[in-house]
Design a protein around this ligand. Structure first.
Ligand code: IVH
Length: 706
């Protein structure tokens, strides 16, 4: 069903819809906060919330006493302490085809420079579909248990982990310091039993075992966790005071000997063909395992090789997850909603008749953009042989792992006779400003900027998100509620920091809301104050400017060092020419698109004023200069000729780890040329320019021990 346009709503229809929304949202709130078992996904919840506010804005006289806009809940995470992982918890790259697996193996051989006859062994094991947990043992005693969180910081769930039978409390003959990592999961049997129990009690049932495991581990009351039988497989480790063994397979055996459950399908193989055979065999056993798995993980067996291979930004080079194929299902497309994002992008979302796809109930799917709906890709070529997607269509849903479900196809033989092509809105559904599409951009954007409530809210959500300012107790749901709350009125990031000061009675106002006691309100103000000291990179990323992600923000911060220097540079670069513009463009990783986005944002009077109001509230720490202790730090290094001790890829990765920038060509800016046998024109050019030239051994000596 399509929703009535707000402007066409009658008073009666608006009143009854507000009642219905109040009911649905209050229901969703109690499910979310009460049982860690949401009955609505975030997108649906957000859409209902926005609809409620839009109706209230149009008919303020109809605002209910129990209006959902006035309700503030506590975040489910509030009760957990945070733990910074001593070693980051990484995720895994994915392989989907046999060719991807061969490429993975070949890539590793090449990186390590192995001759074809040199053996290279791997382990292959099921990828458990649960949630990862890191267990820290000191002198054999379990002292921390932390969820993955954002990889750097997780939640302290020690009390809950202690209730899991597979988690040893004490270890004998273990290294003094040992972090064991693995997956918490729930068996099919226990998942079914839990859902039956929940139904009998009128509680919320879980969509799949992974959600059930996550909901059960993240209970503030460990007694509840205890009543829900969770299991744990160990498959990796973090920091250690001494190595467990020389190989992955022997380390896993050692973990097993220490008392951990390890997966019996973990095996060691010598080549890609054997890995894929094992994958197929595991896939055949999948339905009978009694727990969910979503692929097979391959890991280089030799730990010395693992160390040499190291990590990319978030994934190891020495491991990969070979995923099982995506799941498909057919259902009805009931409506197409348009969501407005942080940068004004209008994103179409398919509302579906709920359907189970690979064990998960799906009721929303992304439709990407207007061209995708029309059956075109971004170069204008046909997709789905040009078949468009219409409301009322019978559509095929595609779901691969954690990826947002997509609509893959449409069955024209089932299309209703009276269906019409979808008319993509040309105005923003949230603020009615014009929504235009720039040339070459697949996305239509609202031109309303900060006057658009959806953009303003999305920006605030981004501002408080994990990689950004990350204020404890102030998550996406809370800022959205605060935004719509006329008393608190948080409209832009600076308002968060002036909240307490703006009005002495704020604390009382906050305190009297649902879910907020005076303690939690005070805690929130403390958490806000704690974030006033903040790094340059975080502030820049938190602003949510288009094309400026967290890595770019770090690069820019490191380049300018101080916020004031950066602001001056933006001011002087606004003509998009001259020395300051050239300097911005010279930063490695900053291209025209990002530079333009940066200067355009700072050029806009309202935007700059809003940023100024924010930075007036903050104490922005200077960015740290690169590690000067490394002789390679900040240096531009070029490799040429044949390297004999390591492959080009390994040499490059190692130099970058030490803070160097590796370039492909020699110029006056080059600091060091590493030349192996057969070096030609580059060596000559370096000699002409008087650039320091080292052979491979000299280079290795320079960086030895780092
Ligand atoms: S190894 C540095 N092995 O998959 C590599 N991960 O998509 C550490 N997972 O965050 C991970 N089964 O939660 C590894 N046998 C297995 C796994 C596994 C499940 C999860 C883990 C990880 C995610 C990455």
């Amino acid at each position: 069903m399509t929703q009535t346009d707000i402007k066409d709503l009658t008073l009666d229809a608006a009143r009854s819809e507000l009642a219905d929304l109040a009911n649905k949202l209050s229901n969703a709130n109690s499910k979310y906060h009460g049982d860690d078992a949401p009955n609505l996904d975030d997108a649906t919840y957000d859409a209902l919330k926005r609809r409620n506010t839009a109706i209230e804005d149009r008919f303020p006289q109809l605002k209910r006493k129990d209006s959902p806009s006035d309700q503030i809940g506590t975040s489910a995470q509030d009760g957990f302490g945070k733990i910074t992982h001593a070693q980051r918890m990484m995720s895994l790259g994915n392989a989907f085809t046999e060719e991807d697996v061969t490429d993975f193996v070949q890539g590793i051989r090449k990186f390590l420079g192995l001759a074809p006859e040199t053996p290279l062994a791997f382990t292959a094991e099921p990828k458990i579909d649960g949630l990862s947990l890191s267990l820290r043992y000191e002198n054999g005693k379990l002292i921390h248990a932390a969820t993955r969180g954002d990889g750097t910081t997780g939640e302290d769930v020690l009390a809950n982990a202690l209730t899991i039978g597979d988690v040893p409390h004490k270890l004998q003959n273990a290294p003094d310091l040992l972090e064991v990592r693995g997956e918490v999961y729930m068996s099919h049997e226990h998942f079914e039993a839990l859902n039956t129990r929940q139904t009998e009690r009128g509680g919320k049932t879980f969509a799949n075992p992974r959600n059930a495991a996550a909901g059960s581990l993240r209970q503030l009351d460990a007694e509840i966790t205890k009543s829900r039988p969770l299991r744990f497989f160990a498959y990796a480790w973090g920091v250690l005071s001494e190595p467990l063994a020389d190989t992955q397979s022997a380390s896993i055996e050692r973990l097993s000997a220490l008392g951990f459950q390890t997966n019996s399908l973990t095996k060691r193989f010598e080549n890609a063909i054997e890995l894929v055979e094992h994958y197929k065999s595991i896939e055949q056993q999948r339905a009978d395992l009694g727990y969910d798995i979503d692929g097979v993980v391959y890991k280089v067996d030799d730990l010395a090789y693992q160390t040499r291979l190291g990590f990319r930004a978030t994934t190891p080079r020495w491991a990969i997850a070979h995923k099982f194929p995506a799941e498909l299902a057919w259902t009805h497309l009931e409506a197409i909603d348009i969501q407005v994002g942080r940068t004004g992008a209008l994103s179409p979302v398919a509302r579906l008749t709920p359907v189970t796809v690979g064990g998960v109930v799906v009721s929303n799917a992304t439709l990407h953009n207007e061209d995708y709906i029309r059956g075109r890709d971004n170069t204008g070529d046909d997709i789905r042989e040009g078949r468009d997607i219409r409301i009322g269509d019978w559509v095929q849903i595609y779901r691969a792992g954690d990826v947002i479900p997509k609509i893959k196809d449409v069955d024209l033989s089932k299309r209703p006779k009276d269906s019409v092509a979808f008319d993509f809105p040309k105005t923003c559904p949230e603020c009615q400003s014009a929504a235009s599409r720039e040339e070459g951009d697949a996305v239509r954007r609202c031109s309303g900027g900060l006057i658009c409530p959806a953009q303003a809210v999305e920006r605030l959500k981004h501002f408080v998100s994990r990689g950004a300012v990350d204020i404890e107790g102030l998550g996406a749901k809370q800022v959205e509620m605060f935004y719509h709350d006329p008393m608190l009125s948080i409209r832009e990031p600076s308002d968060i920091f002036t909240l307490k000061r703006r009005d002495a009675a704020q604390l009382t106002k906050l305190k009297n809301r649902d879910g907020w006691g005076s303690k939690s309100a005070e805690k929130l103000f403390d958490a806000i104050d704690e974030r006033r000291n903040i790094s340059f990179a975080r502030v820049l990323y938190a602003l949510g400017l288009r094309h400026v992600g967290s890595q770019s923000a770090s690069l820019i911060a490191r380049h300018y060092g101080s916020w004031s220097k950066f602001i001056d540079a933006m001011e002087n670069a606004k003509g998009m020419e001259g020395a300051q513009w050239d300097e911005l463009m010279s930063i490695d990783g900053v291209g025209t698109v990002m530079a333009t986005s940066l200067v355009t944002s700072f050029k806009q009077e309202s935007e700059r004023a809003s940023i100024q109001r924010l930075t007036d509230e903050l104490n922005i720490e200077d960015a740290q200069a690169p590690d000067q202790t490394s002789p390679a730090a900040g240096k531009i290094v070029v490799f040429t000729g044949t390297l004999e001790k390591m492959s080009r890829a390994e040499a490059k990765a190692r130099a970058e780890t030490l803070g160097a920038k590796v370039s492909g060509s020699v110029s006056a800016k080059t600091d060091i040329l590493v030349a192996g046998p057969g070096a030609g024109s580059k060596a000559k050019k370096a000699a002409d320019l008087g650039i320091k030239t080292l052979d491979e051994d000299e280079w290795l000596e320079l960086i030895a021990g780092l």
